[in-house]
Design a protein around this ligand. Structure first.
Ligand code: 5AD
Length: 364
């Protein structure tokens, strides 16, 4: 048996194994890795892909992360905040189309007006969908009280990317005063409030090593994470970090991101993994490729067109086309091309969450 096959057949991979898999460079080996991850996904989670309609409801942000196009000090962005009626309209569309759930994402704010507003929107969405639409929030670090309030108002999943688990690198890509441990503590607060917890990292950051990525995967397992959203880092011109990137190679970056998805699937097994928008920014078929190597969730962007232009976290971020109907058809055929079916009208929760909470109930 080849070294690759003997590693893939193991029950418990070591850090060394993870590094080996992430470092594969032979095309055939990579293909084998992707196939293994895809087979495992189908075995553990079935053949369905779950949809989350993404609404980027505001690009106003109080943070100044050095990689992000909507960072506070990027003066070239027109700041917007969607009207309630626009958010509800998008939510209705998502509901009627049978997506089963949506994601509300925005820049980070923690003022009380924002907290109450999000709370109101959560209740409205629950109301117009007879409680049927699942709601994921992705609005950054908040207090335990806020996380609890939003959970009680109907959000049941929360995404907060840790971005990288390497302390030094975390410091480098954020302004002074942003701490990795604050981020991790926020994830713990989310978990305490009974959400399904999602996190993830950026892949291919300047200065990031393969060992860092292996540590990220191990972190996600240690923290009992339920959902993973991660994607390639893509430089954005109006950010300080873009200056650190020389010879950006989209193909290599995509390949590394796909390997990361595959290895994460193999190591974590039963979590939900999203095939993220950033994959699609590097390659038209990027999202399909993600579904073919371990991802089982897609988050089509349903932010109204006029706002999408202003929510550019990175260069070439694809916009969902003006005609939703047309694009929905394209999305369906991409999912079909990946050999998968859409799980309509389902929340598509992470099986890991149920196992984790069952274990917790038994232990307590
Ligand atoms: N490239 C890739 N991903 C990015 N994000 C922000 N900026 C970039 C970039 N330049 C990701 C971060 C954040 C998520 C909302 O978008 O991981 O958590």
């Amino acid at each position: 048996m080849s070294r690759l096959n003997s590693i893939l057949s193991k029950d418990n991979l070591s850090k060394k194994d993870l590094i080996y898999l992430l470092s594969l460079s032979d095309e055939k080996d990579i293909e084998e890795l992707f196939k293994w991850a895809n087979d495992l996904t189908i075995r553990n989670l079935g053949n369905e892909v779950y949809l989350r309609g993404l609404i980027e409801f505001s690009n106003v942000c109080s943070r100044d992360c050095k990689y992000c196009g909507i960072r506070k000090s990027n003066g070239k962005v027109n700041r917007y905040t969607m009207e309630n009626s626009e958010i509800i309209k998008a939510a209705r569309w998502i509901y009627k189309r049978g997506f089963g759930s949506l994601v509300l994402q925005s820049g980070e704010r923690s003022d009380s007006r924002f907290i109450e507003w999000v709370d109101h929107i959560l209740k409205e969405i629950k109301n117009i969908s007879n409680g049927e639409l699942g709601i994921t929030l992705s609005v950054g670090e908040q207090t335990q009280e806020t996380y609890k309030q939003w959970f009680d108002s109907g959000a049941h999943r929360y995404l907060l990317r840790v971005e990288t688990t390497n302390q030094e690198l975390y410091q480098k890509i954020h302004p002074a005063g942003y701490q990795l441990n604050q981020r991790i503590e926020a994830l713990e607060r989310i978990q305490k409030c009974h959400y399904q917890v999602g996190t993830g990292v950026m892949i291919g950051l300047p200065g990031q090593t393969i060992e860092d990525l292996a540590d990220d995967i191990i972190f996600m397992k240690q923290k009992d994470i339920d959902m993973i959203g991660m994607g390639p880092y893509i430089p954005h011109d109006n950010t300080p970090m873009a200056k650190l990137v020389k010879n950006f190679n989209p193909e290599k970056q995509l390949q590394l991101a796909l390997k990361m998805i595959a290895v994460t699937r193999i190591y974590l097994k039963d979590v939900n993994i999203a095939s993220t928008t950033a994959l699609g920014a590097l390659d038209q078929k990027g999202k399909r490729k993600g579904l073919e190597c371990g991802a089982n969730v897609i988050m089509p962007n349903l932010t109204p067109d006029k706002y999408q232009k202003e929510y550019k976290l990175y260069a070439n971020k694809p916009e969902f086309l003006a005609s939703l109907r047309k694009d929905f058809k394209a999305l369906k055929s991409e999912i079909k091309a990946a050999g998968k079916n859409i799980g309509f009208n389902k929340w598509g929760d992470s099986p890991h969450y149920f196992k984790r909470t069952k274990k917790e109930r038994i232990e307590n």
